[in-house]
Write a protein that binds this ligand. Structure first.
Ligand code: C2E
Ligand code: MG
Ligand code: MG
Length: 789
């Protein structure tokens, strides 16, 4: 999804091109290194096994076999034996007689004569072999040539029987004819097959011709007259060595090691069958295939919904099947040999490379993408950031994310993520919005000029971002209010995230100070650790701040405020540790502690004849806490508050009373147990008097912020005046907090306020000091000086 910049089809085309080039490179390497040739040879043997065929049967081998050697004793045989053999063949009506046996050396003169005479008297000339060998003598190549004895060759045709083995020892090629002693002569196979062909040109022996099917007669049977006429009449007979002890054996591709004479017959049969085929070069085939496959891949990449057969794998496999079929048909019909290895290597490499690349890319994509929303994730952001030179990074953190999560289904959460990312993407210079972790998004801030500092830009961007989220986000038809805290840092994603957390804790829109979070966190960690003991070891104490009753002109009560003097941390303000305890859900112990202190002191004062009301601060959060309410109720009842009163509970309304029904029920319980209920810091929260009307409260405490500037600020005067009037009309008493001067006190008296609290009346003090001042008049009030005047 986030990869939309590079569309799927373009990516597919890129993969195809890479796979294509890889395939071409591999094929070239295989051809150049000879690997393709080697493999092709093996493939060829394999293909030949599919078309193994028997010989024509027109050429018969007269074998000088092991049995003949045994039965005819002494080797080399007297040449008279050969005379007998050819005479017998002639008598039986052989069409052609040839020898793959060397007769170049002189033997017994009589015997040679016998053989020469027999040859002379045959009805047609015999074929005798000529050899030509190239031997290495030191550095020089010495050519040795051999012809049959002159008296023998006078009445014979001469044919060359030279063969050259390839590197693997096999004889693959056979010549039509060769020159010996300066005379060009046809090869033995050529003469047996009675074909033509140019001297020094060769052809490939058809390895699929099965030499085991060549008809054979044994030399000894022949000269003993045991060979039936039918076996040789009208046939070409070749004498050759077959006995293992005579050597002259060569490996064949499909039929093991065979006597040399078998190879000659195999070659002759190749000529007779005409299964001589030219070899095609693999290169044009590969090029043709590459064009086909490449073209298909290309047309597929441009096609958003490619047909099944256009898919790279399918079309490649199909193209290969066609090529294999053509090649095999070519084999059967002996058109030409079409190489398959290089073309198949090309297709296989292309398909495998394309698949692998696609897979790797998808895996990589998955690693860099948030699985739910499909947004680029932190890993992806890290990748982007790493490429930039110290970029400024922004993080946006959803406030109260856990509450939001509780409210939304997981589907809606995903939609919310996407909607937020879309909205953030509207900000100036945001190219890509990353989902760093759940509830936290990020982007790289860019495109500001050198005159501006990162702070200036952040201030501007984040205040715009804030307004972006003024409107609720639409999630599945539901309108969700989202507020964000932002963080900024140079070069480090984690720092930007930390800064956003700091902003959240401090209630700022944004922060660029990641380091402060660490100090904060450390400090909070220490606070929490020490608070556990503080309640026990007495380092937490309660001070009392007097409240002046305008009606009586005397101290009518006081507010209990906690003080903590930590051995390690020094004086710690409740403004620091109370919110921390609230956040960790551990404020109830402290509150019960203060309440018990208040009850104890209230009784002490009452016993001394001063019926005070002491106020205890209760976090609104505690109203949800049934255990706390139960314990507080019991304490209040036990102290007899139901009868005598004396305790006020100030509800610190920091967040709007979430579940107002539960809160009302809890407050009613506390009130029935004898507590007066007061709404603290009125005017700073969202509660209006109208809203509070059906709360079981008796008192409203106007926040200091309205009182402080009362002398000069006309708007505050109007606000205070109207609040007092309305509160009275609704039956609430009014306390003004933060009264620091006589002037303010006087104004408040004029406005009809009921109680005043503040440094001018008395600072928070230890109980002993507070107690000793009871009964005195702390300040005088001249109610006549109305500010409204
Ligand atoms: P609060 O309940 O609004 O308490 C009044 C705060 O204003 C006290 O600060 C007090 O010292 C201060 N103050 C009183 N007169 C003046 C004045 O004339 N000028 C100025 N500038 N300040 C004045 P403190 O003691 O630091 O307490 C801060 C807050 O901590 C309290 O605000 C209250 O919300 C919370 N708190 C204190 N004690 C407790 C407690 O026992 N339980 C709970 N839940 N919260 C407490
Ligand atoms: Mg208070
Ligand atoms: Mg207050």
């Amino acid at each position: 999804m986030w990869f939309t910049k590079v569309s799927d089809s373009v990516r597919d085309a890129q993969i195809s091109i890479a796979a294509f080039l890889a395939a071409i490179a591999l094929v070239l390497a295989a051809i150049i290194s000879g690997f393709a040739d080697n493999s092709e040879r093996q493939l060829r043997d394999l293909r030949d096994t599919l078309r193994v065929s028997a010989v024509s049967g027109d050429i018969v081998i007269a074998e000088i076999d092991g049995r003949s050697l045994q039965e005819l004793d002494k080797w080399p045989w007297p040449r008279g034996y050969f005379a007998d053999a050819v005479q017998e063949l002639d008598r039986l009506g052989a069409a052609q007689i040839a020898f793959d046996v060397e007769f170049s050396a002189q033997s017994d003169r009589n015997e040679d004569e016998k053989f020469a005479k027999a040859l002379r008297e045959l009805s047609q000339p015999t074929i005798l072999p000529t050899f030509r060998q190239e031997n290495l003598a030191g550095e020089k190549v010495v050519i040795s040539e051999a012809l049959p004895l002159e008296i023998l060759r006078e009445n014979a045709f001469l044919a060359s029987v030279n063969v050259r083995a390839a590197a693997d020892g096999q004889i693959k090629h056979y010549s039509y004819g060769e020159t010996t002693f300066g005379v060009p002569r046809p090869s033995l196979a050529n003469m047996l097959a009675r074909t033509g062909g140019a001297v020094d040109e060769s052809f490939r022996i058809d390895q699929a011709i099965d030499p085991l099917t060549i008809p054979r007669i044994s030399f000894v049977d022949l000269i003993e007259g045991k060979v039936p006429r039918a076996a040789v009449a009208g046939k070409s007979i070749v004498f050759g060595n077959a006995a293992i002890e005579l050597g002259d054996r060569y490996p064949t591709a499909l039929f093991g090691v065979r006597p040399g004479v078998d190879i000659h017959v195999q070659a002759a049969e190749t000529l007779k069958k005409g299964t001589i085929r030219g070899d095609m070069s693999p290169i044009p085939i590969v090029i043709g295939l590459a064009l086909l496959v490449g073209g298909l891949a290309w047309s597929r990449a441009r096609d958003p919904k490619p047909a099944f057969w256009k898919r790279a794998t399918v079309s490649s496999v199909f193209a290969s099947a066609v090529i294999v079929a053509i090649a095999l048909i070519g084999d059967q019909l002996a058109w030409a040999y079409m190489p398959l290895f290089a073309p198949l290597l090309f297709v296989a490499t292309f398909v495998i490379a394309k698949r692998t690349l696609g897979l790797v890319l998808n895996l990589q994509l998955a690693r860099l993408t948030d699985s739910e929303s499909g947004l680029p994730n932190r890993a992806r952001m890290r990748q982007v950031v790493a490429k930039l030179d110290s970029p400024v990074i922004a993080a946006a953190r959803i406030a109260d994310y856990s509450d939001l999560l509780a409210m939304l289904t997981s589907d809606q959460q995903t939609q919310l993520d996407l909607a937020i990312a879309r909205r953030l993407a509207l900000l100036d210079g945001v190219e890509e919005v990353f989902r760093i972790e759940s509830g936290i998004f990020g982007w790289v801030m860019g495109g500001y000029d050198q005159n501006e500092t990162a702070e200036d830009v952040a201030e501007e961007i984040f205040s715009t971002a804030k307004t972006l989220f003024n409107a609720p986000v639409d999630v599945d038809g539901e309108r969700v209010r989202v507020s964000m805290h932002y963080g900024m840092a140079q070069g480090d994603i984690a720092h930007a995230v930390d800064a956003s957390e700091l902003a959240r804790r401090k209630g700022f829109v944004w922060s660029g100070n990641a380091a402060a979070l660490h100090e904060e966190t450390q400090y909070r960690q220490r606070l929490l650790g020490e608070l556990d003991e503080a309640l026990l070891d007495g380092s937490i104490s309660v001070v009392f701040q007097p409240k002046l009753g305008f009606a009586s002109g005397q101290v009518s009560g006081g507010e209990c405020l906690v003080r903590w003097k930590s051995a390690q941390l020094g004086h710690v303000s409740p403004a620091d540790f109370i919110p921390l305890l609230e956040e960790k859900g551990r404020v109830h112990d402290l509150t019960l502690f203060v309440m018990r202190e208040a009850i104890r002191r209230q009784k002490e004062a009452a016993d001394a004849g001063y019926p005070l009301t002491l106020a205890v601060n209760v976090s609104a959060q505690l109203l949800d806490n049934f255990v706390f309410i139960e314990m507080a109720v019991q304490d209040l009842i036990a102290a007899g508050c139901r009868e005598k009163g004396g305790i006020t509970l100030e509800i610190t309304e920091s967040a709007p009373l979430q579940d107002s029904e539960t809160a009302k029920r809890a407050l009613t319980q506390l009130r029935e147990a004898g507590a007066r209920i007061s709404i603290d810091d009125y005017g700073t929260g969202q509660a209006t008097l109208n809203y509070l009307q059906d709360f079981p409260a008796q008192e409203i405490k106007l926040d200091q912020s309205f009182i402080r500037d009362l002398v000069d600020d006309r708007k505050d005067q109007i606000m205070v005046q109207s609040t007092i009037d309305l509160a009275h009309a609704l039956g609430f008493e009014i306390v003004a907090e933060g009264v620091e001067t006589q002037e303010i006190l006087d104004i408040l008296a004029g406005l009809g306020c009921d109680y005043a609290q503040g440094w001018h009346v008395g600072k928070p003090m230890a109980w002993e000091d507070f107690f000793s001042q009871l009964g005195t008049v702390p300040v005088s009030v001249s109610a006549g000086k109305s500010a409204a005047a």
